[in-house]
Design a protein around this ligand. Structure first.
Ligand SMILES: C[S@@+](CC[C@H](N)C(=O)[O-])C[C@H]1O[C@@H](n2cnc3c(N)ncnc32)[C@H](O)[C@@H]1O
Length: 219
């Protein structure tokens, strides 16, 4: 039986990156270029189709109060904040002043500065300082991988029932296999993928979008 999973060549990846709405968005393109100039760290930015997918989810689900863990230079935050309704607000958590200064510059240019609250500091401490109530209706997690499970546990009680949580890098460049794993990030991601698949508090699906998105919904 041939596999229905298509191995992605560089030209297919390029094709995917062009076949979504806003693929030529000049502001996002400029932010990608400026982030690229930062050097190797630019690999942390989400891909264009991941951004388009996040925007689509926010709009389709009618999200009003999302939270982002791991903001970097602000690309994913733009994708999360733009489709919000007028009264919607995004809370962004990051520990880097330098990178989020660049993010702010682009949020201002995108006209969404008033829709985004940025909290600088350790993300786990920032979430712990938020009351344990269902304040948010969407979460995007894209910070330090060994703490993904902690973010999941901390965010779950702060999300309303039915809310969606999206974790990036859940294929970790393919290094989630073979077991046993040694690298701490790979171990943490693999353990969380396996946990989410059988955690009765959520339903989840692992999708091979770029470096892998695990999408779960609070039941
Ligand atoms: C992969 S990048 C986020 C990329 C971003 N979502 C985008 O699309 O451009 C990870 C970010 O998490 C932040 N980070 C890592 N560990 C953190 C922690 N413990 N607390 C807060 N932020 C953290 C880093 O400063 C970095 O900006």
């Amino acid at each position: 039986m041939p596999s229905k999973h298509v191995p992605l060549s560089a030209s297919l990846v390029d094709y995917i990156e062009r076949c979504h709405s806003q693929s030529e968005d000049p502001l996002l393109h400029e932010l990608r270029e400026e982030t690229l100039a930062l050097g190797d760290v630019s690999i942390m930015q989400i891909t264009p189709e991941q951004g388009a997918f996040l925007s689509l989810l926010i709009g389709a689900l009618g999200v009003q109060r999302p939270i982002e863990v791991g903001t970097f230079t602000g690309y994913s935050a733009i994708c999360l904040a733009r489709p919000l309704p007028e009264e919607g607000t995004l809370l962004c958590l990051d520990s880097s002043e330098e990178w989020t200064d660049l993010a702010r510059k682009y949020w201002e240019r995108a006209g969404i500065l008033d829709r985004i609250e940025l909290k600088l500091g350790d993300a786990e401490e920032s979430i712990q300082s938020i009351p344990e109530e269902p304040l948010f209706d969407f979460a995007f997690i894209d910070a330090d991988k060994t703490r993904y499970d902690a973010y999941f546990e901390l965010l779950l009680p702060r999300l309303a029932k039915g809310s969606v949580m999206v974790f990036d890098n859940m294929l970790w460049g393919g290094r989630v296999l073979p077991e046993p794993l040694v690298e701490p990030d790979a171990r943490a991601i693999n353990a969380l993928n396996r946990k989410l698949a059988c955690d009765l508090r959520v339903e989840s699906v692992l999708l091979p979008v770029a470096d892998g998105l695990n999408i779960c919904r609070k039941l």
